[in-house]
Design a protein around this ligand. Structure first.
Ligand SMILES: Nc1ncnc2c1ncn2[C@@H]1O[C@H](COP(=O)(O)OP(=O)(O)O)[C@@H](O)[C@H]1O
Ligand SMILES: [Mg+2]
Length: 465
């Protein structure tokens, strides 16, 4: 029965593929073809369900891979999906609600957001607190499992014929994607992630992680503190139309905070949000950055964090030796590479990057080109780094829209260095030891403002027993 369903699904995918191909053939020469085809593709992804919607979401953040017309259309997949008819949803809610949730879900009106795997509602608790209620779409887990069954088969049979990597890599990739998606469909898992992230961001007054209500939450219904603000996606759209309200803060400055405190400093803390697309970041009226949607968070081991910092420091300061060092630290396979050849290739990629703006040189492109060079030399990176790259790509896509003059290389370098030194301090207690360890980044340390060196020495002394 189950394999018959998978067979039907495979046929459906083939049929959709042929339809898209014919559409292209017939309309190719028409005016605005790309715009029309983008709409067609977006609605196809939407109708194929959560796995393909996720794929479209990922693509929406890759203006370096696909035309902006497609990116803008696929952006719609980030925060709008097909709304489930009210009556069907009511029956479903009555079925899945626990006794403690029953009364609350009875009061729900129309959703405030319809996303790929959930519908989100606003409600008020008897105590008067405003809450967001996230409800898993009916049948999502089943759909994900069914689609991955097909993708697993494709990886097994076509793995050796597609792309530059072998079958084993494709099978691993599909398994990993499936794990990500299945984790996203269990809200008790998301609730645990919320707890971890709240702890992780303790002491960051500018970052808000909504609390959840354990007694009112379950696998399919998550009740959380309501965030009064706009999603970054809405803000980007307002900016595009030049309709941004007058805030006491600028969007550019909020983005710099996100890069510093969410992306770079996660290399110090350990956990990071692995799905940081613009519908999952909100800005409150007071200018706080709220992160939501913790279906997927990832932990970095200390070793991987250190390797990643060195990798990013190498890129942002055009120091190829640091990239080599990080590759040695992170690569699982002992690759034999031609140092001179790699050196030359990487320096060619980095040639224009130092202090360049996001508009002029894409950080995503640089990141991928260099990772590709390392992969081609036989290095295999840990999954946590792959996920971190996904976060970086997501943020880079937003920067291009909000803050095109931003230079990750010059802004990021100083904070990466700070984070690197703090990581060393965590491991070693004496100031002299830390300073000795900074030999790796000695040229960069030389550029550090004097007071930062004094701070580090002071911190190290404080750490001494
Ligand atoms: N706590 C909240 N407060 C206010 N709005 C929220 C909250 N949680 C989610 N939303 C809104 O609902 C949308 C979808 O929620 P999200 O958790 O991202 O679901 P999904 O996992 O399906 O993407 C968000 O983009 C946001 O607009
Ligand atoms: Mg989301």
């Amino acid at each position: 029965m189950e394999s018959a369903r998978s067979g039907m699904r495979l046929l459906e995918l083939l049929f959709v593929g042929v339809k898209l191909y014919l559409y292209r053939l017939v309309h190719n020469s028409k005016e605005n073809f790309n715009q029309r085809f983008a709409v067609k593709l977006r609605s196809t992804f939407e109708s194929l369900g959560p796995v393909y919607t996720k794929l479209g979401q990922m693509l929406s953040m890759r203006p370096d891979y696909i035309d902006d017309v497609y990116c803008q259309e696929f952006e719609l997949l980030l925060d709008s999906g097909r709304q489930i008819p009210r009556e069907k949803m009511r029956r479903y809610l009555n079925r899945i609600a626990s006794p403690s949730q029953f009364k609350l879900v009875q009061s729900l009106g129309d959703p405030i957001a319809v996303a790929s795997i959930s519908q989100v509602y606003q409600a008020t608790l008897p105590s008067g607190e405003a809450v967001a209620i996230k409800v898993l779409r009916p049948g999502v887990t089943h759909m994900v499992k069914r689609d991955f069954k097909i993708l697993r088969l494709l990886a097994r049979f076509l793995g050796n014929k597609v792309g530059k990597v072998g079958k084993r890599h494709w099978i691993d990739l599909v398994a990993e994607l499936e794990r990500w998606l299945l984790e996203e469909t269990d809200y008790l898992h998301e609730a645990r992630n919320i707890e971890l992230m709240r702890k992780d961001f303790e002491g960051y007054d500018n970052i808000l992680i909504p609390q959840y209500y354990p007694d009112l939450s379950s696998k399919q219904i998550l009740v959380m503190e309501w965030i009064d603000g706009h999603s970054m996606l809405d803000l980007i759209r307002m900016k595009r139309k030049e309709e941004l309200p007058d805030f006491d803060f600028s969007l550019e400055e909020k983005f710099e905070e996100i890069i510093r405190d969410v992306a770079i400093k996660s290399l110090l803390r350990g956990y990071f949000h692995a799905d940081a697309h613009p519908a999952n970041i909100m800005i409150t009226k007071e200018g706080k950055i709220a992160l939501i949607d913790f279906g997927l968070i990832q932990f970095f081991s200390r070793e991987v964090r250190k390797g990643t910092i060195l990798f990013l420091l190498g890129i942002t300061s055009n120091d190829i030796e640091l990239i080599f060092k990080s590759a040695e630290m992170l690569g699982k396979e002992n690759a034999q590479f031609n140092r001179d050849e790699v050196y030359e290739e990487i320096s060619r990629h980095l040639y224009d990057y130092l202090d360049a703006s996001a508009h002029d040189v894409s950080s995503t492109k640089i990141l991928f080109s260099i990772l590709k060079v390392c992969l081609e030399q036989g290095f295999q990176y840990p999954w946590s780094l792959v996920l971190y790259t996904r976060t970086a790509v997501n943020l880079d896509g937003q920067i291009l829209r909000v803050h095109p003059g931003f230079s990750f290389s010059s802004y990021g370098r100083q904070y990466l260095l700070e984070v690197y030194l703090e990581t060393l301090l965590e491991e070693h207690t004496s100031a002299s030891h830390v300073i000795k360890m900074t030999e790796d980044v000695i040229d960069l340390v030389r550029d550090l403002p004097k007071n930062l060196k004094t701070i580090i020495e002071k911190m190290a002394k404080e750490k001494q027993p």
